[in-house]
Design a protein around this ligand. Structure first.
Ligand SMILES: [Zn+2]
Length: 263
């Protein structure tokens, strides 16, 4: 309340053109806060590069992309196969509504190995509908499992969801909802991540970017070809807790290759 009064006071001073330097600073801060990126209107994806001056959002290795099966390169190099060795006792630390998605944070300790590099599991979040498309098809849900290496490179695993039977794993995650924008809830409970992957682990991979500002082009994407099944109610519950259509549009693939790893 106090801060609201202060802002009100600052606005008053600003409009009367008699504000001192400190009050001006406060106004600038307020304005920049209002210009935080979003998925609609003046702060939608088309404006991210203007909003985040030092971002990679206009780069030529951006994500998401549309994956066309006719263009993928089959990769049978066993060395490049991803090793998902999550522990069933991975601790789900907390969940928060960060205003862009519902994000689950994990305790340090769990990791994956990809191309002989270790990436630590950081967080999981959701997009509704999906950001990546396969042969032009957009799925109802895309789950991103974000992993980061010591050198700050990312591997993001992506799992699509289609509507059907309910998923016990998603049901459990959603039991901590609803959350309003900015709200978070402590969980501190073991969660077996292997339950949110499709049985057949055939995947696509390509080099791209974060799909949100600063759109850093430091991401190795691993996208599972087969979706998991989750219920319509589960899709709708996620949708109710996130901005409407929190996905970035397809980005040009340029000269990049997309690999297919049949498993
Ligand atoms: Zn994401």
């Amino acid at each position: 309340m106090k801060s609201l009064l202060k802002i009100g006071f600052a606005v008053l001073l600003f409009s009367s053109l008699s504000c001192n330097k400190n009050e001006q600073k406060k106004m600038v801060k307020e304005e920049s806060h209002e210009m935080e990126w979003s998925y609609e209107g003046e702060t939608s994806p088309e404006h991210w590069a203007e909003l985040e001056k030092n971002s990679d959002c206009l780069g030529n290795r951006q994500s998401p992309i549309n994956i066309l099966d006719i263009n993928v390169v089959e990769d049978d190099n066993k060395e490049s196969v991803i090793n998902l060795h999550y522990s069933p006792s991975t601790i789900l630390k907390k969940v928060r509504n960060n205003g862009h998605s519902i994000q689950f944070d994990f305790d340090k300790g769990d990791s994956i190995a990809y191309n002989k590099i270790n990436y630590n599991l950081v967080q999981i979040h959701f997009h509704e509908p999906s950001e990546h498309t396969i042969n032009g098809i957009r799925y109802p849900i895309e789950i991103h499992l974000v992993h980061q290496s010591k050198e700050k490179y990312y591997t993001v695993l992506s799992v699509f969801g289609v509507e059907g039977e309910k998923s016990e794993a998603i049901e459990e995650m959603e039991s901590f909802l609803p959350l309003k924008k900015g709200e978070e809830r402590e969980i501190n409970k073991a969660f077996d991540l292997s339950r949110i992957f499709p049985e057949n682990k055939t995947y696509y991979s390509y080099g791209g970017s974060l799909t949100t500002p600063p759109c850093s082009e430091t991401v190795q994407w691993v996208i599972f070809k087969n979706p998991i099944v989750i219920s319509l109610e589960e899709v709708l519950k996620l949708k109710d807790n996130m901005p409407l259509e929190n996905y970035r549009n397809e980005q040009p693939i340029n000269n990049r290759l997309v690999y297919l790893h049949e498993l």
